[in-house]
Design a protein around this ligand. Sequence first.
Ligand SMILES: C[S@@+](CC[C@H](N)C(=O)[O-])C[C@H]1O[C@@H](n2cnc3c(N)ncnc32)[C@H](O)[C@@H]1O
Ligand code: SF4
Length: 363
Amino acid sequence: MASSVYIHIPFCSHICTYCAFTKFYYNKKMVTDYLNTLEKEIKERYQGEILKTLYIGGGTPSSLDISDLKELFKILKVFKFQDDYEFTIEVNPENLTFDKIKLFKENKVNRISMGVESTNINCLKYLGRCHDFSLVKDKIKLLKEFGFNNINVDLIYALKNQSLEDLKKDLDNLLSLDVQHISTYSLMIEDKTILKLKGEEEIDEDKDYLMYDLIRKTLKKHGYFHYEISNFAKEGYESKHNLVYWANSEYYGFGLASASFLGNTRTTNTNNFKKYLEGDYYSEIEKLDKNDILSYALILGFRLIKGINKKEFYNKYHVELDSLYNIKDLIKDKKLIDKGGNIYISYDKIYIENSILINFVGE
Ligand SMILES: C[S@@+](CC[C@H](N)C(=O)[O-])C[C@H]1O[C@@H](n2cnc3c(N)ncnc32)[C@H](O)[C@@H]1O
Ligand code: SF4
């Protein structure tokens, strides 16, 4: 039973230099066709489960105009929610308006995730963003006036020519917004992005580490609890939706390029717009056996700073966590810590987590 849904809205008002997500420039006709197909896909696949979380991501959902958004919310009426549901929508500062916020409020949205990315005008230009920090402050203020009290902001760091001082200023600015959740991402130069085409490269690892360390120490000092490699929240404001992914629990993904995990099957939707409109939704269907499921459980679960609870793991998978792969050796090497009923990655090894997680790929 899946009680979480992700919906992809692949439209943006502009294209950023670093972005490899599936997205198109906003186009009214494309949006109308897309929403019609999205409605069909949901009707065909959704089994009527009561939802704990709904996440509308992109692209930029706030790039849709008011009439598109009204159509989207009409489609979403099919979903029923638990009392303590979380309903997130991704926005970016330049196309978030008073009327759109009002519509979100009227349609049960209770969490907002805003792409802020940087507060430094040169960094924003490098990233191809179309806003400044003063616009961000205005929009966060407006969201709070409407009663939104669960807001995330995204930060990108590790940019060429960015100093630790610049990053410190970004963090101070984000802290001044007094939001409940902060996600931080080291800039990745992805294929087929403007930065890649320009021959840009990622910064060196030592500096990247210093930046990561500055972020986690600064945010901790200001009351944000570091709960996942890239995510920080005030107590009780962890992203319930993302926790579903990290717990290796089931979820639906609707829309272009979205992913689902249902029963023992992971599916990825096509990123081909034409095929999607023709109802040819899936591009990949992966049937998982027990070992695959365990491998996913470890790779996702160890992303959490508190790691994996041994008892819960046993109750869910009927196998002792420390009997899997080379977990016992990793504990001996102090890469993993076995304490208080949980096994987790040692604080000083979080930065090199990928080199630990690679141990759990396949058996
Ligand atoms: C789908 S995008 C977000 C929301 C919205 N479209 C916006 O840009 O404001 C999700 C987040 O992923 C992060 N991200 C995307 N591409 C990235 C990259 N190449 N390197 C690091 N972070 C990236 C950004 O922080 C971005 O806000
Ligand atoms: S980062 Fe966000 S706004 Fe920029 S192109 Fe990607 S999805 Fe669109």
